[in-house]
Design a protein around this ligand. Sequence first.
Ligand SMILES: Nc1nc2c(c(=O)[nH]1)N[C@H]1C(S)=C(S)[C@@H](COP(=O)(O)OP(=O)(O)OC[C@H]3O[C@@H](n4cnc5c(=O)[nH]c(N)nc54)[C@H](O)[C@@H]3O)O[C@H]1N2
Ligand SMILES: Nc1nc2c(c(=O)[nH]1)N[C@H]1C(S)=C(S)[C@@H](COP(=O)(O)OP(=O)(O)OC[C@H]3O[C@@H](n4cnc5c(=O)[nH]c(N)nc54)[C@H](O)[C@@H]3O)O[C@H]1N2
Ligand code: SF4
Ligand SMILES: [Mo]
Length: 742
Amino acid sequence: MKTNRRDFIKIASAGTGGLLLATPAFNLFKDNEEPIDDTKVKRYPTYCEICFWQCAGWTYVKENGDIWKVVGNKDDQHSIGRFCPRGTGGVGTYYDPDRLKNPMIRVKGGGENGADSFKDVSWDEALDYVAKKMKEIAEKHGPDSVALLTHGSGGSYFKPLLNAFGSPNIAKPSYAQCRGPREVGFQTTFGSNIGSPEPTDIKNTRCLVLIGSHLGENMHNAQVQEMAEAIENGATFITVDPRFSTVASKSKYWLPIKPATDIALLLSWMHVLINNEWYNKEYVAKHTIGFEELKAHVAPFTPQWAYGITDIKPEIIIETAREMSEAKPSVIIHPGRHVTWYGDDSQRSRAIAMLNGLLGSWGAKGGFFIPEGTGIPQMPPAAPHPHSEHDINNGLYPLAGDILANKIVDASIAKNENDWRIRGWIVNGTNPFVTMPDQENTKKAIEALDLLVVIDTMPAEIVSYADVVLPECTYLERYDTLRSSSFRFPSIALRMPAAEPMYKTKSAAWMAKELAKRLGLKQYFPWKNEVALLDWQLKQMGSSLEEMKKIGVKNFERTTDMYPVMDETYEFGTPSGKIELYSASLAESGFDPMPKYTAHPEPPQGFYRLNYGRAPMHTFGRTVNSPNLNDLMPENVLWVNPKVLKEWALKNGDEIWLENQAGVVSEFSIKIRATERIRYDNVYMVHGFGTNQKGLSKSYGRGINDQQLISTVMVDPLMGGTGFRGNFVTFLTSKPEKEAKA
Ligand SMILES: Nc1nc2c(c(=O)[nH]1)N[C@H]1C(S)=C(S)[C@@H](COP(=O)(O)OP(=O)(O)OC[C@H]3O[C@@H](n4cnc5c(=O)[nH]c(N)nc54)[C@H](O)[C@@H]3O)O[C@H]1N2
Ligand SMILES: Nc1nc2c(c(=O)[nH]1)N[C@H]1C(S)=C(S)[C@@H](COP(=O)(O)OP(=O)(O)OC[C@H]3O[C@@H](n4cnc5c(=O)[nH]c(N)nc54)[C@H](O)[C@@H]3O)O[C@H]1N2
Ligand code: SF4
Ligand SMILES: [Mo]
């Protein structure tokens, strides 16, 4: 579908100071510092923990010690001086009365009717208990029987702790449940990972192609602000999404693709570029290998062929390919971020990478720049890198660059009584029941554990299964590891407390050091406290804690070119040193050297594909209970096409329950949002809602937790990513009798 270009220019030229920022989904971006009487308020540097974009900013504190607000630091390239609505609302995580307040230990049968309960304990008691249990497990089964699941800044303290303890079994959900496939797709093509933040030169681009990535609802800050700039500069946006996303509404072309068919479109785009000689001939000749193989490979994938699969009209496929070609090399086919969709995700990401290769956008202004960062010196001795004879990934996924969080779950479930297995989990800042598919499996693994330690700020689902709960203070109350970013230029940012930790909460740094002491590993935490460590690190880098407290962010000069001069001798990080349009190493590992399209299962009659994504004011499940952000959006709704509703005799606002293809019924109900903005073959909800934890008083029972309905996992054979989007739901119009299977 071609959207109305004329209309769009009219708005852009109205001088709104950023078209995207002026539209409802974007205008919650807060401007940098207002004039402030600094005799009455104090400000402290921080970086935001509400998502993993890690924007640097300032926390303002009133005379009476109340935290007033958090705003962007104008010198920071992640925030560009503005926080997104979630970051602005981050203050709510500090004030949330539902926060975890005390260390707690599970008491078997200590509750009503013989149920387990938690008792508040002292920090000494909690940490002594954890250390004792960890030692017991190590003695009986080896230290690698303890695993760490972690997301967020606390990991930089718990990872060395676990390594020193003797376990390499550390996983984060941002690999197998998020970015892993795109790193494999780009690594096998360009010999470089994408990493975070993505090195996409959006502000200078002439054409931005978004395959699913819904920037604008996905609020990753600098990218969204740069998009507004690109639109003002007249860049063409092409959005491929079965849903009319916010950015689709700002795009010249919206391609409402049939879900799960993107690889067919990507192959056809390559066909059109090559057939019409619209690709970047000079760049391809200089920098790629395998062009002839690719040409032969994509020869059958005509726009007519792709139309039959994707529902995208041939003339639109050709016209959008021409737009990309005309913009080259200042064009970005965005790699996306949460790309674990259908199990062939590494290959889809590779097709995206190859398309960028054909257009010559890697290393080009307005394409992908080459990022540069700076390392943070670590105080010696470094924790050892322990070896384990047990391969958690089971040798199954040769291209996996990390341990898979879901494989830690599998490795905790005994096949036979005497088999080695994972016996203890330390879970920091991640909530597997919202994050990982197949909740039944997660439950089974947890039931088999000898020890589950949870470090969190909120009484999340995972907390209710813990043996020991260690309450962390929020990011506004703690020092933390320095943020080091690899982006437009190297930079570092400081996080320091703006208030004393509330209740009995403590920082992850303090907890890890105290545990190390009890485990006989204190030599690996040689610093007196976080302040001493930060000051030492900063002095090694030619700064100091004193300086960073004043500036918050320190930017360094680049030592290499952002857009390198690339002659024939330019070496890419691939085995051949060239961009590999044909990958011999993939072929050697038994995988397709060039991506192929394969059809995926379709929803049965009366079922719809379960689609999900982000809302601008929430991050997963971590903000849904936060006072001010909960006010902005207290529950999720189900986007359904009116054509479907007619068949069901349902209407906007009706409340329904969902049942998936395996008979799993949602625990709670959801209200219908009737909208033409979604295709008839899928339904959409924002991820992160529908908690069944009563301790989360504002969000309990509001909406549906999509993860409950994701029981089929489509696994990526290259790297083990867990594809979530092969699940189908049908509607239950009255409260189900059936017990919800959680
Ligand atoms: N506000 C907010 N922003 C966030 C986050 C957050 O929690 N809240 N989380 C951050 C994180 S960790 C990540 S990884 C990113 C994720 O953000 P993205 O990478 O942008 O998200 P995805 O989940 O890949 O994409 C969701 C979009 O894909 C569309 N879609 C579904 N199926 C298909 C399909 O078959 N083909 C195509 N072409 N499109 C499809 C959906 O309709 C939806 O618009 O967001 C980041 N930004
Ligand atoms: N169905 C479905 N599943 C998904 C996704 C999806 O879109 N749909 N998205 C996937 C993606 S892209 C990602 S990256 C992952 C993200 O997965 P997670 O990072 O696990 O996401 P959250 O649900 O936010 O869980 C974070 C937990 O950290 C806690 N927390 C917040 N702040 C702090 C802190 O300062 N310290 C500590 N110790 N804890 C804190 C929160 O209370 C919460 O319990 O989920 C993946 N899973
Ligand atoms: S994008 Fe928003 S939530 Fe994420 S770190 Fe930046 S301000 Fe915080
Ligand atoms: Mo993610």
